[in-house]
Ligand binder design. Structure first.
Ligand code: UDP
Length: 327
């Protein structure tokens, strides 16, 4: 059985769906602090409500189920919040993961796929960013993820725990059948925020900064479709199951899009004029973040197949479902 921590969240739930479709037995572990219980109920998957901060919650799962491997998503992930509340982030993301790894080793479960992030690189010193780029995070969120990566290396040396760390760039899109999608409260991410403005939620889309040193003055990011991203997780799991060693991969497309280009893609997909205003820069946003993704192709044979337009289309489909459901 595969344990998916944070399986009720945006990316975790897409992984649960794909694992199920691949015929794997899946158990979700989530405290539903940011994820939604409706999501796992809709997916019809077995779940345990528990908190990684309580080792007894994790022990109970490993005592009750034979867990072969873990895909670990559970974490707080908002950069701005991490700056204001570092204790909350270190406690949850680092201490919680440490508890998980400890219980895993004690139960002889030594394979884990971990959601890491491009935020571990910090301000880029070259672009596109490959896996050997220096890791100097510029916010507590990135620091928590880098700390976990370091702990995982130490656990490999000491206990033989094998990990694949997947460093995500900007994840976008939703399940293409509209069963699940991005659902954060409050929402901070670009694509859903533009689409919420399109739906006339009363909010005008706020574009953070148009004075960057980029082709149109707005930040460049590498948007990876959640469906492609999860394909890489399935391959990473298989890699570990086949005896693969600890490793790390960037998950991105090697293509950068500016905020204005994403906004234009949203107007194009929705066929609407979306209200927006230019606002000051958001603190901690580097100008350009683009992944060199060749390593994942070389080792996993993984290549993203969706374009930004596809991600915006599935996100738009989902955003309308979500809005109608919450009415
Ligand atoms: N962004 C924006 N308005 C928003 C949300 C995001 O202008 O309401 C910009 C943000 O400044 C960044 C890009 O969109 O340049 C992607 O931000 P997001 O929060 O989606 O992801 P991040 O890059 O922080 O992981």
């Amino acid at each position: 059985m595969i344990l998916v921590t944070g399986g009720a969240g945006y990316i975790g739930s897409h992984c649960v769906l794909k694992l199920k479709e691949a015929g794997e037995k899946v158990l979700v572990f989530d405290n539903f602090s940011t994820g939604h219980i409706e999501t796992v109920q809709n997916l019809g998957v077995e779940f345990v409500k528990g908190d990684l901060k309580n080792p007894s919650d994790i022990n109970a799962v490993f005592d009750d189920y034979k867990i072969d491997a873990v895909v670990h998503f559970a974490a707080f992930s908002q950069v701005g919040e991490s700056v204001k509340e570092p204790y909350k982030y270190f406690q949850n993301n680092v201490c919680g993961t440490l508890n998980l790894l400890d219980v895993m080793v004690k139960h002889d479960c030594k394979k884990i796929v971990f959601s890491s992030t491009a935020a571990t690189y910090g301000e880029p010193v070259y672009t596109p960013i490959d896996e050997n780029h220096p890791q100097k995070p510029i916010n507590p969120y990135g620091e928590t993820k880098l700390t976990v990566e370091m702990i995982m290396d130490d656990f490999d040396k000491a206990y033989g725990l094998k990990s694949v760390r997947l460093r995500y760039f900007n994840v976008a899109g939703a399940d293409e059948s509209g069963r699940i999608g991005e659902w954060h409260e409050p929402e901070t991410h670009l694509v859903p925020n533009v689409l919420k403005a399109a739906l006339g939620s009363g909010q005008v889309f706020k574009l953070f900064g148009d004075d960057y040193d980029t082709k149109d003055g707005t930040c460049v990011r590498d948007y990876i479709d959640v469906n492609d991203l999860i394909d890489a997780h399935i391959l990473a799991l298989k890699y570990l199951q086949d005896g693969g060693d600890t490793n790390v991969f960037n998950l991105g497309t090697k293509t950068g899009s500016t905020v204005k280009e994403v906004f234009a893609a949203c107007e194009n997909v929705t066929g609407m004029k979306i209200p927006y205003e230019i606002c000051p820069r958001r603190e901690g946003d580097p100008a350009i973040l683009v992944a060199d993704n060749t390593k994942a192709l070389e080792i996993f044979g993984w290549q993203p197949s969706r374009k930004l337009q596809n991600s915006v289309q599935s996100a738009w489909n989902w955003e309308q479902i979500l809005t109608n459901r919450n009415k």
